[in-house]
Design a protein around this ligand. Sequence first.
Ligand code: ADP
Length: 160
Amino acid sequence: MTRIAIYPGSFDPVTRGHEDIIRRSRHFADRVIVAVAVNPGKDPLFTLSERTEFLRVAVGDEAGVEIRAFDGLLAKFAEKVDATLVVRGLRAVSDFEYEFQMALMNRTLYEALETVFLVPDVGLTFLSSSLVKEVARFGGDVGMFVHPTVRAALAEKFAR
Ligand code: ADP
């Protein structure tokens, strides 16, 4: 049996924290589908094709990792791609409440779907896409937190 996991998010943009979670997921999933939200609730800085392309550059070469865009209900997308696991990253207690509700809702909508929470490398726990954008916006160096392609894209975006 092939165990398929989906790792959904906005990835606006992908950070080393996301990359770490993707690699860890491969320890228990044969395939990990990184599912990029077409219309994330938040107004994204990068377009869907930019967010997808950055993921491709950062993790696209990893065995068993696929990058797909998704729209609408995660539970439906999971069923369509035969995934039985949802991977989410937990950084702090503040992530927990929303994640807990989502996990239960997703399983209510699609019974076979279990959510697995992973914690990243301890040095990446403070990292979020929004914090990276904030640092880049004010000219800080985000080279330690993102792939060089993402770093360059952020620099270009905030060059003005
Ligand atoms: P969303 O908009 O759904 O929160 P994100 O792209 O911000 O999507 O994050 C996708 C997933 O990755 C979420 O489960 C989030 O908690 C997790 N994540 C983000 N950054 C990190 C990090 N530094 N370490 C661990 N997990 C992370």
